[in-house]
Design a binder for this molecule. Sequence first.
Ligand SMILES: [Zn+2]
Length: 502
Amino acid sequence: MSNPARGKQKLFPVVNTNLKKTLLLPFAILCLHPSICAGQTDYLQSCWNKQLGNLGNKYLNITYKEGLDELYHSPESWQVLHYNATGKFWCNAKSFLKVDSLISRKRILSSSVEFDNEKLLFRDYGSTTLSPVTKSIFSNQVFESARYTPQNLINYCMKHQTPADEKSNKTFAVYTVTINNSIVRLFIRKADCLVEKITALSHDALLGDVLSTFTYAGYGKAGGVAYPATIIIAKFGGRVRDTIRIANAILTDSLPKLLDGPAGYVMQESVEKQLDLHTLHYNQNIHFIDLVPSGSRVMVIEFRDFLMVSESPLSSEIGEKILSEIRKNISTKPVRYFAFSHHHPDYIGGMRPYIYQGATILCVPEDDEYVGFLYNSPHSLKPDSLQLAPKPLKKLAVKDSVSITDGNYSMNVYHIGMQSCHTKDYCVFYFPEEKLLVEGDLIWIATDGDLKKASASQSGLYHAIKDRNLNVETLIQTWGASSGQYKMTIRFTELEKTALIN
Ligand SMILES: [Zn+2]
């Protein structure tokens, strides 16, 4: 929900605009049939004329309804939360402003955006302050705003004199630009010189290459300016869809004042967060690596001649860093198994480097399709080891439990599923010799103060342990390491007390 979505853009130099218009005007008057409205090949100019040109110094003011689906930390992969929003936006070649509101958990939340060629101001849903804006967030607005209007990208292509490319065919003139490593394509229908769709291929740390397609339908006109009445947004390659329906469109002479920018407005440079890795040796077989400041914790289990790793957060890049840390501070034995407590990004996001290393992935039935998706997902925009040199996916099916052993030292993985009250695929890791159970994010016992009644997930874990007759004395959690607010090492007696409080 934090994407400003919404930008505006800047126009190509006025002198060029006027020149192009002057050259095209006589021909445009002669061509009454839409299929030849663009003359020889300048579909982009004709599109600009139709969707922007007649605005002049006015603004297209649109009222709309939006159906929005967002991925979240859901019990199963690809589940979404649905929101209904209503809003208004104002746009022309120089500006894009938007104000909208949606209902979330019975609360009405609003957001506002002001975008032009010099600045982006954005107040997120439910926030009272402006969100920080980096230069890359600012430049991404050219295509992020495509969910409301294709105007920004049309204008960007005009400004950069983007030529139609080899993707063009009998039906579409296609213009391709690269913005911040995203490949963005504008498809203009040759028949009527209106935008049919925009596609944006971007890198996602967890999912690799992700394609968003914005399709425009049912064009209407306001004051001679063509605008699409319906916009369908297919996100994540079409797995998640949003719809925007335009209720009303008029031209106005002025813009509202939605947000006050700070004095001395400056956009931040994009800075990658540094990640520090700290290795802790629990005993000679069990090691943990804490990631600061993300708060994630990786477990490395050392057997006689191999390793098992569980949890690898967020991205292939971080997975590689963890592997280096393992090699440096734990062991150079091969990683034979990779496991994860559940499918959320903090646990599975860095799985691919382990597949590349030849590890077998422990996989419950609920994750079969998702693990396959992450394995097959192209990473062409930011290649990882698996993209550069594909390796086969090896899986070990885990139904209820599995034991990993070297003949001497053993541990067990238990699939507790919705007993976790968190996800259907939930697994916990049990070490009989140590009477230790390691879990992801189910226990929330404050470091200070009295014990409180267990949350649903905490109580669920307690019952999962009792149901399986596991002899547990100590529990270790793998998420929340850096907050300091909650215990990461918990005595079973403490968990039991919280579960028995009424
Ligand atoms: Zn989780």
